[in-house]
Design a protein. Structure first.
Length: 403
């Protein structure tokens, strides 16, 4: 039966609930904090279906590209299927996993649950603590942590334990071994072989064994980029710049003017905050941005970043800080799969990489286009505070209609 979406449809569109970014002071994660506009639609129709809410607005199921239900609505919430063919679903405030036939592979019992990674491990929140399970629901790492992060390339993930009255951080491996005991006030994931950790109010860097390679003396640091450089700022304006992996200062910056800095990206560009304004620099410290910018976002994989100048110009710049796409939109989002969300007169639409508008700005909200060429869009309904949802292709044609 063709689905016509009429009610305040509650698509499960995930907000910024990223493992490792949640503060350690809390005892758990919210499973209810969803945000339409943050959904990454790379796999909107994984396995040919996507999570969708019934026209009655009561339960969620999974529809195909024709709008027909393949798995009938019976879940309170649902995420799209992951690459391993399992989808996370919620029933009565408990999360579990189903297969593409809608059968439970792991019964709902978790306070929150995440997708399985390439190693077949999923982070779950159970009885007030975090741990990891396998695809059969067996514990790989028992739930005893206040929080855990994602596993880095070296196989270590951040973890947090409550020790006496303090929350302390350390690192575990995929077998659950506490390779670096909980001893730091804060810590970042490993990047380029080192991890930034905080001890006695100062930041330094440790290796995979927990040994300090660079002593904890900085008030602020970034992670190390692939070029082996990290931003580092000493307290009391005593020095600011980029250091190498031995802690040697490679080049200095104005300590009084330069507040923060990022790691260098794959294009050899880092972003600073200088006197409250963003500035781009090369790996030698040379400035890329000569004119004043109000804002510069992160560069996407195509080497483009959303930016706005003080003169009012806005659009997308390349790594030379040159505008390659400019427009009269009030908001821009990064390009995803060749298209970018843009906003004009309070409504969202899409442009292509040439800056050409391919979908009119007429939607209340939109997701990015997935690799399969589909996006979820939302229009306001006839009644106050009511909305209708549908799915469109890259021409703007409705695949799942609003009517």
């Amino acid at each position: 039966m063709k689905i016509f979406v009429r009610s305040v449809l509650y698509l499960v569109l995930v907000s910024v609930i990223l493992v490792g970014l949640v503060g350690c002071g809390g005892e758990g994660d919210s499973a209810k904090n969803f945000e339409f506009s943050e959904f990454n639609a790379d796999n909107l129709f994984t396995n040919g279906v996507t999570a969708f809410k019934s026209a009655s607005g009561d339960k969620m199921g999974f529809i195909d590209k024709n709008g027909d239900y393949i798995i009938k609505p019976k879940f309170d919430n649902a995420y799209n299927f992951a690459a391993n063919g399992l989808a996370r679903v919620e029933v009565n405030d408990q999360w579990g996993y189903i297969n593409t036939s809608g059968e439970y592979v792991i019964e709902p019992k978790y306070g929150n649950a995440y997708d399985f990674d390439e190693q077949g491990m999923a982070h779950v929140f159970y009885e007030g603590r975090h741990g990891f399970i396998d695809i059969k629901g067996n514990w790989l790492i028992v739930n005893k942590y206040v929080n855990v992060g994602e596993f880095a390339d070296n196989g270590l993930a951040t973890m947090c334990l409550k020790v006496d009255e303090d929350f302390l951080y350390g690192y575990i491996d995929r077998q659950g071994n506490e390779v670096i005991s909980a001893q730091f006030e804060e810590c970042n994931s490993f990047s380029n072989g080192l991890a930034a950790v905080k001890r006695n109010g100062k930041w330094g860097f440790v290796d995979g064994n927990g040994n300090f390679v660079i002593e904890a003396k900085y008030s602020l640091v970034s992670d190390f980029g692939k070029n082996g450089l990290a931003f580092a700022r000493l307290p009391d304006d005593a020095g600011t710049g980029y250091i190498n992996k031995t802690g040697e200062l490679v080049f200095a910056l104005d300590a009084r003017q330069t507040y923060t800095g990022t790691a260098f990206n794959e294009f050899g560009i880092a972003r600073l905050s200088v006197s409250g304004r963003p500035r781009l620099i090369t790996e030698t410290g040379a400035s890329v941005t000569e004119d004043f910018f109000i804002s510069i976002d992160d560069f996407d994989k195509n080497g483009l970043a959303v930016a706005t100048k003080t003169k009012g110009e806005s659009g997308y710049i390349n790594t030379k800080a040159e505008f390659v796409v400019k427009g009269d939109f009030s908001e821009y989002e990064n390009f995803v799969n060749g298209y970018a969300r843009v906003k004009k007169d309070g409504k969202w639409g899409f442009i292509n990489s040439k800056g050409e508008q391919v979908v009119e700005c007429k939607y209340y909200r939109v997701t990015d286009f997935g690799a399969d060429g589909y996006a979820v869009v939302m229009i306001e309904g006839e009644e106050k505070n009511s909305y209708k949802y549908g799915i469109i292709d890259t021409t703007g044609a409705a695949v799942v209609d609003f009517k």
